[in-house]
Design a protein around this ligand. Structure first.
Ligand code: NDP
Length: 332
């Protein structure tokens, strides 16, 4: 018999999440040998902490529920011929150390995953955040060679891939992030221009200096004030992919901002919100493209690894505060 540890949402977040909003529980799992065709026992090896958990917890969860989320897990026992013991899968089973599955909700890592490549990347560059960058740039921004792409939260899981894919696509890339170390990292991985949005005197001036002609594509991970300023620097017929609004997720009172209509009209912009799940039917295509670029060294990956399942709330809160460079993951 296995006792799983799991983190529950003790209290709905009010403003910025606190460690006291979480509760560590122990859950006794039934023995899979006692019935249940096709059953598997899995142990989480890496767990993801993502910004979406903040707004989705309010929308989809009630107090006491196990926190939502995705993990890379290893098959420990199997009565399901499709999954051998020792195989690694991506599962969306929340913040748990162990769980039982019938296999229907599991995705095996691509069969050509190189042994030398960390499996945690299946939660980042070669996983959901990488796919978000891939489909957001190709299908929503519809970037073309020679264009200028702006991305914010650029040193994070999605943003760092956006910038590198835009470079592969022949674009000029401008990124911004919240520390000088992150800015140095962006330059190291090939961004043409990068700046620290927290220390520039004027965001408007910094955006103008980085691309005096303006921006064709804006991949917006942040929303709020940043987006309100950036929209005025779009070129005519520019495209804005509204991917995330992390600057607003912790607000107790909704922000009021300048409104988008005038620049939208006069510059004839397109602005489209999207969820990466729209392209679930093309997941394999996206993962194979990302895996190839990573293996070839054309896309670099950085991970912020927090050790220890007991530190999940801290890793989540740290990511929301911007402590992560690249993808924030927890190693059990
Ligand atoms: P990141 O790895 O980028 O981590 C979050 C980062 O956001 C932090 O490191 C911090 O970096 C930045 N940040 C936090 N607060 C603020 C703020 N007030 N203003 C500006 N930046 C802030 O996370 P992801 O790459 O996983 O996600 C990025 C965005 O993409 C999120 O908004 C997320 O919700 C969205 N997303 C959307 C998906 C979709 O399907 N539409 C799928 C996946 C993600 P810094 O130090 O630079 O401030």
């Amino acid at each position: 018999m296995v006792i799983a540890k799991a983190w529950a949402l003790k209290k709905h977040f009010d403003g910025f999440p606190k460690t006291s909003d979480f509760d560590l529980k122990k859950i006794e799992l039934p023995n899979i040998k006692d019935g249940g065709e096709q059953k598997l026992l899995l142990e989480s090896v890496f767990l993801s902490v993502d910004p979406y958990m903040r707004p989705y917890s309010r929308r989809d969860m009630k107090e006491g529920d196990i926190m939502i989320g995705t993990q890379v897990a290893r098959v420990v026992e199997s009565k399901n011929p499709a999954f051998t013991v020792g195989a690694f899968v991506v599962a969306g089973r929340g913040w748990r150390t162990h769980f039982i599955s019938d296999g229907k909700d599991l995705q095996l890592l691509p069969s050509n995953w190189p042994e030398s490549l960390p499996k945690s990347l299946a939660l980042g560059t070669v996983g959901m955040p990488g796919l978000t960058a891939y489909f957001g740039l190709l299908e929503v921004c519809k970037m073309k060679p020679g264009e200028t792409v702006l991305v914010n939260a650029a040193a994070g899981a999605v943003g760092s891939v956006v910038g590198q894919l835009a470079k592969i696509g022949g674009c000029k890339v401008v990124g911004c992030a919240g520390s000088d170390d992150k800015v140095a990292y962006l330059k190291k991985i090939g961004f043409d221009e990068a700046f620290n949005y927290k220390t520039v005197k004027s965001l408007d001036e910094a955006l103008h200096k980085a691309s005096p002609d303006g921006y064709d594509c804006f991949f917006d991970n942040v929303g709020g004030e940043f987006a309100s300023v950036a929209i005025n620097q779009m070129k005519k017929y520019g495209r804005i992919a509204v991917c995330g609004a992390i600057s607003q997720y912790n607000d107790s009172v909704p922000q009021k901002g300048p409104y988008v209509q005038l620049p939208m009209i006069f510059k004839e912009l397109q602005m489209e919100g999207f969820l990466v799940t729209r392209w679930n039917n093309r997941r394999e295509e996206g993962l194979q493209a990302l895996l190839k670029w990573v293996v070839e060294g054309k896309v670099k990956c950085h991970e912020q690894v927090t050790e220890g399942f007991e530190n999940m709330p801290m890793a989540f809160i740290g990511m929301l505060k911007g402590e992560n460079l690249g993808k924030a993951v927890v190693k059990v």
